[in-house]
Design a protein. Sequence first.
Length: 593
Amino acid sequence: MEYRGYDSAGIAVIDPGDGALAMRKKAGKLANLEKEIAEVPLPDAVIGIGHTRWATHGGPTDRNAHPHTGRNGRVAVVHNGIIENFATLREQLERAGHELGSDTDTEVAAHLLELELESGVDLTVAMQRVCSVLEGAFTFVAVDRLDPERIVGARRNSPLVVGIGDGENFLGSDVAAFIEFTSDALELGQDQVVTITREGAAVTTFRGEPAEGRRYTVDWDLSAAQKDGYDWFMRKEIFEQPRAVADSLLGRRSTSGRLVLDEMRLSDDELRDIDKIIIIAAGTSFYAGMVAKYAIEHWCRIPVEVELSSEFRYRDPIVDNQTLVVAISQSGETADTLQAIRHARKQRSKVLAICNTNGSTIPRESDAVIYMHAGPEIAVASTKGFVTQLVACYLLALYLAQVKGTKYGDEIDAVLAQLSCMPEGIQTMLDRAEEVYALARRHRDASTVLFLGRHAGYPVALEGALKLKELAYLHAEGFAGGELKHGPIALVENQLPVLCVVPPQGRDFLHEKMLSGIQEVRARGAHTICFAEEGDDTIVPFADELIRLPRVPVLLQPLVAVIPLQLFACELATLLGHDVDQPRNLAKSVTVE
Ligand code: G6P
């Protein structure tokens, strides 16, 4: 599973000699684990589990690597996903005298499974019972050293596939794990438990009722399997966005219903004293920061500046201990952003990181962290990174509103409820991918493409243009709708494609003003491609081509509006024969200034 990106790895097998669990775990690349196994070899075993971890709860260390074991080392478990109620469960276990050796949510599940086994049930029933008390999204695979004939897996909202072999069976997060041994697969449904033995696989629900998985034959080679059948990691990651956004919303509230951050080293009093926020970021993350400005200022009434990380230090920024610097970075390693937060901390300002990579340098050097929980992003150009950064920014804005009291609890709940509908909105856009691909085919000969947006749609326009530059190597520019007439309109010539992100209707003059901008370019011969919400008929006369967006609040619209722009760039670059995952001259993580 190495292609998925990971920060530590581990393996556990049952020793056929003495029935003991033999386990090796190492932070870092698989080579570290391989070296460890070469030095301290594992027994020749026929049953075992392994895992590559992408840290969510607890940093990427040997100790936090999977598998995790129960109190008496009888059961070993690997896990993907997030157990939302793990803090409560952990407290209960600790009160009952359990000592947990890691910071992970997974270890809690290992202890619970072992307790069930000790009560006399088998691993299958133990898994059913434990899954029934867990909240969140998870995939588990577990072994019981006293029952070395079976491996039990379970899934809720996180993938798990069975590979059906001849006298051997497999479990994996996707078929890439076993494609070299078998192409017969069984996909599990939601809330199902699977027990595999050498002979076969049996599926049940969490309640223990018999169930069926979906049998299919995989006709992909290994490289396609790693991309889940998509041609590019980027396209796969675009289509993962409903799940990524749902995951990034998980586990954000305490038992009392208050919003919580992942790592918080700032008190509420310190946050109440904040009188200015400066967001620093690079590339796509910078555009997420621009959207954040609208949300934070509107919901928290705190002035926000957004600054490119690479520029921040050189303008001698005015920051002090009442300034909160928010660093947005998918990788957590971007040198420009890192140097900027170091500079900010020297001026005694507080730093909060929004990051996807647990334990990376930027969150380590920050006072507070919100992890995006997007899962590893492999394609160089960021997609699910962007939308989960937006979610993290909205959560930050709501958190500050909660602490500062600028929004009532029920108002915060209302926005959270709107956010929880966004995965569905994104899915609606993905279901329209074919319309966007057709658009890309019609414009494959374009040499310049302009993007227009206003308010929260302006950063979306900029991001749409960046995607086209990055992937299709096209001259693409994003403009604020109102700025057009002050210069850029000179670029407009006959049939020039202009992609317009139209704000939702009913927002003061915003919508109307955007329409005027569209008319201005159209009057000069531009070919307008409009992205406008369902039911917005006013746009029809001015749109040469029209793609509908679901109806969502204006501040959240970037989450749905960016999707067709990502699809457009991905498809156009594919048509032009470019390497979409690794565009020329670009790197995923830029660790030089
Ligand atoms: C690089 C990548 C961009 C990314 C930017 C910021 O330039 O190619 O896709 O947006 O870095 O990365 P970060 O990891 O800090 O979000």
